[in-house]
Design a binder for this molecule. Structure first.
Ligand code: EPS
Length: 401
């Protein structure tokens, strides 16, 4: 990231998660209960989640960066405590175990789960107990990302930019494609699978029930849509300035995501150019696209790594969660004995939650690109600069150079 940076820390069953966000301008109204906690709740939901989500009710505790309800321009530090920690005091203690400690109380795992970070982590970090790996590799970490995303979403909303998401498919069940409502999140959040198509939503839930009964898990595809994004964010001039690459990296970094598409993505590779590219049309009322619009948006709002002003559309394909109640074969890291992979409490399907996490990641990338484009240390300055850019776009005609 260029203007914004964020870091997270924390283990899944440790004391809690830390989120540290730097680069937010001063003067942004921000309250955890109003602006961050509702986003954390959205991440916790979704049909197919495991029992952990019944234990937690994630809330962000603000440590720094805000005074009297407004950001200061200083780093924003937030804590999300793990309520489950009290059940893990011995197994997750930072202190060396006592000599007479029952080894089972340390809840070790020695048979890595295929698909999880267990094996690669154990080899890389030279550990035998894969708990040393899975605690940080767990998608619990995404709660801290969502806290950072909630702050930048607030900033983007102030500039008329909205970021939302919905689930497009779970396992073999796909939603019918339909026009997106103006407030996408308001429309899909009440759905237990965050799907716009109610018939598909029922079939998805049935599919999840079936997977649960079989001791199996399911993946799926989610779509993040950002509206109000003006033309001109990101750049074609250098590989690492291209916003499509930055978005793809951000969404791919979400746990279990194995594929990212922008616009029609892979489908575009199967069609001739005439059926891929979006015709340019005059659009007097569309200031954010420079008074020129597109007859379609198969590019997903990006050309040359630069936003077009049309909605940004990014899809992520999530593989099924790797903890299987009927586990796959694995090997014991202590003695090489063949056995079955470890079983931890887990989710059957977390695609609805992953969509919320991807929203946060997309919002962080867009906010970074906005600050890079217009700059500003205070929200007043950012707004002034942003409005100045919109004024330029709105005033562009066809005369002159
Ligand atoms: C998660 C909490 C975890 C898992 C899930 C993500 O809680 P626990 O391990 O205590 O059940 O439910 O992580 C995974 C599925 C995984 O494979 O790491 C959360 O807060 O999202």
């Amino acid at each position: 990231m260029h203007r914004l940076s964020f870091h997270t820390a924390g283990e899944s069953h440790g004391r809690g998660l830390v989120a540290l966000l730097e680069g937010i301008p001063s003067g942004l109204p921000l309250e955890m209960e109003r602006d961050v906690d509702p986003e954390l709740r959205r991440r916790q939901g979704g049909y197919g989640r495991g029992r952990r989500m019944e234990i937690e009710s994630d809330r962000a505790e603000l440590i720094s960066g805000v005074r009297l309800g407004e950001t200061l321009g200083s780093p924003i530090a937030m804590l999300i405590w793990n309520r489950d920690w009290e059940n893990w005091l011995t197994a997750m203690s930072p202190l060396p175990p006592g000599e007479d400690e029952n080894p089972k109380a340390l809840r070790p795992h020695y048979l890595p789960r295929p698909g999880h970070a267990d094996l690669v982590g154990a080899l890389k970090y030279d550990r035998r107990d894969v708990r040393d790996i899975l605690e940080r590799a767990s998608a619990r970490e995404t709660a801290a990302r969502v806290a950072c995303g909630a702050v930048v979403k607030k900033m983007l909303a102030d500039l008329g930019i909205g970021v939302a998401s919905h689930v497009v498919s779970i396992g073999p069940v796909g939603a019918a494609s339909m026009p997106l409502p103006e407030d996408l999140n308001a429309a899909v959040d009440p759905s237990p699978v965050r799907c716009l198509d109610p018939r598909a939503a029922d079939a998805m839930m049935e599919e999840i029930d079936g997977a649960r009964e079989r001791g199996d898990t399911l993946g799926g595809v989610f779509e993040v849509v950002a509206t109000g994004v003006p033309v001109g964010l990101g750049s074609y001039v250098s590989w690492d300035a291209k916003l499509d690459g930055r978005l793809a990296g951000a969404v791919m970094s979400v746990h279990a995501v194995k594929g990212v598409e922008i616009g029609i993505g892979f489908e575009g590779a199967r069609r001739p150019g005439s059926e891929v590219h979006d015709a340019i049309v005059r659009a007097e009322d569309k200031v954010r696209t420079g008074r020129l619009g597109r007859a379609s948006n198969r590019a997903g709002g990006l050309e040359g790594g630069v936003t077009t002003g049309e909605p940004l559309v990014v899809r992520g394909a999530m593989k099924p969660i790797s903890t299987l109640r009927k586990p796959l074969p694995s090997v014991d890291l202590r003695d090489g004995a063949v056995g079955n992979a470890a079983v931890e409490r887990s989710d059957v399907c977390a695609v609805p939650a992953a969509a919320v996490v991807a929203e946060a990641m997309v919002a962080l990338v867009i906010a970074d690109a906005v600050l890079e484009k217009v700059g500003g240390d205070s929200m007043k300055e950012v707004r002034r600069n942003f409005d100045g850019y919109l004024t330029y776009l709105g005033s562009r005609g066809f005369a002159g150079r």
